[in-house]
Design a protein around this ligand. Sequence first.
Ligand SMILES: Nc1ncnc2c1ncn2[C@@H]1O[C@H](COP(=O)(O)OP(=O)(O)OP(=O)(O)O)[C@@H](O)[C@H]1O
Ligand SMILES: O=C(O)[C@H](O)[C@@H](O)[C@H](O)[C@H](O)CO
Length: 172
Amino acid sequence: MSANTQPSIILMGVQGSGKSEVGAALAALLHIDFIDGDDLHPAANKEKMRSGHALNDEDRLPWLKTIGQRTREAAAAGKPVIIACSALKRWYREVIRHEAADVVFVHLHGDYALIEARLQKRSHEYMPTTLLGSQFDTLEPLAAWEAGVVVDINPPITAVAAAAGEWYQNQL
Ligand SMILES: Nc1ncnc2c1ncn2[C@@H]1O[C@H](COP(=O)(O)OP(=O)(O)OP(=O)(O)O)[C@@H](O)[C@H]1O
Ligand SMILES: O=C(O)[C@H](O)[C@@H](O)[C@H](O)[C@H](O)CO
């Protein structure tokens, strides 16, 4: 990565891994704008999840393209952005990289029991906790060749954001 490059960050991980809250904290730390990918889903996707059904590849593709476009616009403007997006499969991440090749992925990683316990205390606009199993089944971890890092979500949100921020700044 060249010294002038400021890549955008995709905060990835299953439902409830902390993308929204860590994303906001990381944005404050790095002084980079934050977009919550939850808000970019087409209405039909939100409705499908609200009714208890997991999205499939076809449902996710237009949403991933929107996220890719946001990262492309950020790169064109020379202004990186942090976007929360589950980006569960490797080819989903390819869709995003296709738009902005230098984007980096921060995978918020924790086990099922930890995330389930956190979700039981949270209410969400459309995402039921019953879809957590499907999220883990779908998740493909970052491959060694993918630009990114895995961050442990056991520590408090500020510490998770600090770990992600430190990794990012070391890449610049
Ligand atoms: N490191 C953490 N320590 C303690 N609680 C956390 C941590 N990270 C997230 N949480 C809590 O877990 C819940 C899920 O976090 P958050 O909504 O940010 O996850 P998310 O990945 O954006 O979820 P979704 O994909 O469903 O939108 C929230 O109630 C949040 O406060
Ligand atoms: O790929 C997916 O199945 C979706 O993005 C979900 O992960 C939700 O949007 C989300 O994270 C809200 O809980």
